[in-house]
Design a protein around this ligand. Structure first.
Ligand code: AHR
Length: 492
């Protein structure tokens, strides 16, 4: 049994953990929107105005704070006017990025805002800069948010929505260094400035504008963007980083069939998020020392080869305890960088990449990744506090334990992932600045390749975790190998 020391100082506050760090991303890709979220009003699957009731309930349970839509690469080919009005007359288009399938636009602006209202989360729109026009994006904002008399507000009313919606988060383009136009940073920065000028704050609505940021460790992109963005032009800069186990995009590795070595390599790669946030943060600090521009990690997660027999363009993959550990480590990293990271959106919500939920017909499966979001939900809106972990190495490659701590309403939440495949670890959490009185917890623990599927949806589930002692301000408990724990510590 290993021993791990976690040193927490509740008086040393990093900042507030934006609830939006626990966001999701949903794209018109494979079976994410259609089948996964939207089945249409005439479906036998229980739904409200075409939106699956089971999905809404599952997202409510993890307190999903924000949902990004409609892409991804799809966003820079999306023309929002094709997705409003009478469904039967909506334009059909080719989804060129994702399998060349027909997109019938039956899920559009009204349906997306309805989805967010049903869940109780904030909408985050990715606007089309790559193949759209400034006017098209400006009109979308007017359509959604303007309360007065104007052509777009009138059109919205004709389509059945009298009052405007509230829209805060607006991305202006997606991956414009790649699928969003293959632009150079200098060119995109100018385009961004032009587009954002015409995205107005109407009727008391205030936009939080997010510029396209770097791909992984493209430090140069961040440098150019920061040089050219004043905090009056943008409030956020995005970052995309996918964990690809092999590092080879042509043969990424299997989601469910992997060796221990491949597992540790996946973890090593995912922990690179720490370096990315630190170094992009340092570049941003030089231009924006007051941290008025937030980092928005609006695509992150594991990207494997698609499941055998599935459409290669649909990016459907299973999700194991490995993914749970990846999610747990990334969320701990985001918590500890909450002074710069203001939002993160796992890719993706349903049936795509590191999905939080999988569906098959009327069936729905909550993945191990979903359960991590459930375990961590009390961090949302809490104060992130100093948390240092003194831990052994695992697999010769990574620190065995990853942890983060936060305080909200006099209650501390400590989340701990034991990434070792071999050793349980006895944790002693030494807490300064907080009189720990009692503690209890919840635990997600299963073999590394364990997963939930439609035959066995309850293989990997959260269990109560009660073997926790609190003595002289120290909280002690043992986290088994390959497990994620959330410990709630009550103060005196
Ligand atoms: O999430 C899948 C794709 O990955 C997104 O469409 C794109 O932004 C990224 O390359």
């Amino acid at each position: 049994m290993e021993k791990t020391g976690i040193y927490i100082n509740a008086k040393d506050i990093k900042g507030r953990i934006a609830p939006q760090i626990y966001g999701n991303f949903s794209e018109h890709l494979g079976r994410c929107i259609y089948e996964g979220i939207y089945v249409g009003e005439n479906s036998a699957i229980p739904n409200t105005r075409g939106i699956r009731n089971d999905i809404v309930k599952a997202f409510q349970n993890i307190k999903l704070p924000v949902l990004r839509w409609p892409g991804g690469c799809f966003a820079d080919e999306y023309h929002w006017k094709d997705g409003i009005g009478e469904k039967s007359s909506r334009k059909k288009m080719i989804n060129t990025n994702w399998g060349g399938v027909v997109e019938d636009n039956s899920f559009g602006t009204h349906e997306f805002f309805d989805l967010c209202e049903q869940i109780g989360c904030e909408p985050y729109l990715a606007g089309n800069l790559g193949s759209g026009t400034v006017n098209e994006l400006a009109e979308w904002i007017e359509y959604i948010t303007f309360d007065g008399v104007s052509p777009m507000a009138q059109l919205r009313r004709e389509n059945g929505r009298e009052k405007p919606w509230r829209l805060k988060y607006l991305g202006i383009g997606n991956e414009n260094w790649g699928c969003g136009g293959n632009m150079r940073a200098e060119y995109y920065a100018d385009e961004y400035r032009r587009y954002q000028s015409f995205c107005k704050d109407f009727s008391g609505n205030r936009l939080f504008k997010i510029a396209c940021g770097p791909n992984a460790d493209d430090w140069g992109w961040t440098e150019v963007m920061m040089k050219n963005l004043g905090s009056w032009h943008a409030q956020g800069l995005s970052l995309h980083y996918y964990t690809v186990p092999s590092g080879n995009w042509d043969k990424k590795g299997s989601a469910r069939d992997f060796t221990d070595e491949e597992y540790y390599e996946t973890m090593r790669k995912t922990l690179y998020m720490e370096t990315l946030l630190t170094r992009h943060g340092q570049i941003m600090d030089r231009y924006d020392p007051d941290r008025r521009i937030g980092l928005v990690v609006d695509e992150w997660g594991c990207w494997y080869d698609v499941e055998e027999g599935t459409h290669p363009g649909f990016l459907y993959q299973q999700n194991t305890m490995r993914d749970a550990l990846v999610a747990a480590c990334n969320l701990n990293i985001f918590n500890s960088h909450c002074d710069r990271v203001v939002m993160a959106n796992i890719a993706q919500a349903v049936n795509v990449l590191q999905a939080v939920i999988l569906t098959e017909g009327a069936g729905m499966v909550l993945t191990p990744t979903y359960h991590v979001f459930d375990l961590y939900k009390e961090h949302q809106g809490a104060q992130s506090v100093y948390c240092y972990t003194d831990t052994a190495q695992a697999g010769g490659k990574i620190p065995a334990v990853s942890a983060s701590a936060s305080v909200k309403d006099g209650v501390m939440t400590l989340t701990v992932a034991n990434c070792s495949l071999e050793e349980d670890t006895e944790i002693t959490a030494d807490i300064a600045g907080f009189d720990a009185l009692s503690a209890d917890g919840r635990l997600l623990c299963a073999p590394i390749k364990a997963l939930n599927d439609f035959d066995s949806p309850q293989n990997v589930v959260i269990k109560p975790f009660t073997d926790i002692s609190t003595v002289d301000g120290k909280v002690k408990f043992t986290v088994p190998s390959c497990a994620v724990a959330a410990v709630t510590v009550k103060g005196k």
